[in-house]
Design a protein around this ligand. Structure first.
Ligand code: HEM
Length: 438
């Protein structure tokens, strides 16, 4: 583009004024644009990792291709989980296991976690890799590099000494959070965070009740976010929203619904999430009288379901999430805040991120997508070592820390502020934080 400007600047004087913002300077100084282009290229080369981290975000799709069809036949035909198969709080992951994109037993290796979420849903590896690394290190088997999408995974040769992690279902406040899309809060259901609470799902479902063309898009999920936040605030005295599990994961779970579950077609290249598709992904069935029921572990990718297109500019990256987050935060500011109830309902108190991150990030910084993405990666790098050190890992600790650095580092823009002094004393005022803090 800028090289085009160089040519235009030299050849078409009048038109160049209109087309190229640098034309005037170029006409006075023929070397100007060449220098300018070189400076731009040098600046890009100096920060190659920024390119990897930053996708362009949420640009509407204008084209559709048949290759977006997700195979649910043959080895990917839906098979219900058996009694020894693990399923958990994430409908997207449960469906992958039911369709053979993940091992059917629900225990996933690090590379499969990231590649299957990308191939099936279009989750960018800049998002899927950190999510999978975090799952492995915080609630998985750090020696075997596997993690469970639900409860504890079976013992392995190394796990009697080191533990194989508690799985996503046992990761309250580390990964799993209160105020989920359809699952219940930890203290309200004796620690059962994996079961769909049908009333909660219904509150989402009914948001498109009398709509001619139902579509659970971001606006609808933001409306639902208002409900899920207020619901936890007004019913759970121990409601807590942690810096990673609450602020990042619980909000991402809401934006993932339209971003990753919508069905794409020539008619709707940008995707549409109708009632049948939503129910299928959430393992919900509807009786003729409208009664909804949930069948545990029966999450299913619908037939004829087309994911979002692949490729760096199309996949759902941390930048895409940061942009959705800004919209969500504008509508439900408390949901974009670390904090919790202080032992009674409706006592939600927020904490400024500056006090938690040693001043590296303030809560308002999250409204800037670039800073939000920095926060997402830097928080992972700051939190995981604390979680790891709180386990008795012995010699495995060094390997785990090394894995964290090598896997996450390549996504991190070096200009991001580092969280050198993570301070978890803020959590003492929230009784709900007693579970799962480092
Ligand atoms: C490696 C990738 C992933 C990991 C580690 C992961 C993990 C999790 C965890 C821990 C939760 C619980 C959050 C909470 O308690 O609020 C969750 C919820 C959720 N996830 Fe995932 N997830 C991943 C990918 C996906 C994908 C690809 C989708 C969409 C297709 C998805 C959709 C959801 C939704 C909708 C929820 C909310 C569930 C509910 O409340 O009913 N996730 N995920």
């Amino acid at each position: 583009m800028k090289l085009t400007c160089v040519v235009i600047g030299f050849v078409l004087t009048g038109l160049a004024h209109a087309l190229c913002p640098y034309a005037e300077q170029a006409l006075k100084d023929p070397q100007f644009l060449i220098r300018h282009v070189e400076e731009q290229n040098t600046a890009k080369e100096d920060t190659p990792k920024e390119k990897r981290q930053s996708g362009p975000g949420n640009i509407p799709f204008t084209t559709f291709n048949q290759n977006q069809l997700v195979d649910v036949t043959g080895s990917h035909a839906w098979v219900a989980p058996g009694p020894n198969d693990i399923r958990g709080p994430c409908p997207g992951l449960n469906a992958l296991a039911n369709h053979g994109y993940f091992p059917h037993n629900g225990v996933v290796s690090l590379p499969v976690g990231a590649s299957a979420t990308e191939q099936v849903y279009g989750l960018a590896s800049s998002f899927g890799v950190p999510l999978t690394v975090y799952a492995t290190l915080v609630d998985g088997d750090v020696v075997g590099d596997t993690w469970s999408i639900g409860g504890k995974q079976p013992q392995t040769l190394t796990s009697p000494i080191l533990g194989a992690g508690d799985g996503l279902s046992g990761s309250h406040n580390k990964y799993e959070s209160d105020s989920s899309v359809s699952r219940g809060d930890y203290y309200l259901y004796n620690g059962d965070v994996s079961s769909v609470r049908v009333e909660k799902f219904k509150s989402l479902y009914d948001l498109q009740k009398n709509v001619a063309v139902p579509n659970y898009n971001l606006d609808v999920l933001i409306q639902h976010r208002q409900y899920t936040f207020t619901n936890s605030e007004s019913t759970n005295p121990y409601f807590f929203s942690a810096p990673f599990a609450g602020l990042a994961v619980a909000n991402a779970a809401h934006t993932f619904v339209p971003a990753l579950m919508s069905n794409h077609s020539a008619e709707y290249p940008n995707g549409i999430l109708d009632k049948e598709t939503l129910k299928s992904f959430f393992a919900i069935t509807e009786a003729p009288d409208g009664t909804l029921s949930w069948t545990p572990g029966h999450e299913r990718i619908p037939d004829n379901w087309y994911r979002r297109p692949l490729g760096a500019i199309n996949e759902y990256s941390p930048v895409s999430f940061a942009q959705d987050f800004v919209q969500l935060a504008a509508a439900v500011p408390d949901a974009a805040t670390v904090g919790g109830n202080t032992g009674t309902v409706n006592s939600f108190t927020g904490v400024d991120l500056g006090d938690i991150t040693g001043g590296a990030y303030r809560t308002t910084d999250l409204l800037n997508p670039t800073k939000f993405v920095c926060y997402f990666y830097q928080l992972t790098l700051a939190l995981v070592p604390d979680f790891l050190r709180s386990e008795a890992l012995g010699s495995a600790l060094a390997g785990a820390l090394n894995l964290l650095q090598t896997e996450i580092d390549s996504f991190v823009d070096p200009s991001c502020a580092k969280i050198a002094n993570y301070n978890d004393t803020f959590a003492a005022q929230f009784p709900g934080a007693a579970v799962g803090q480092p």
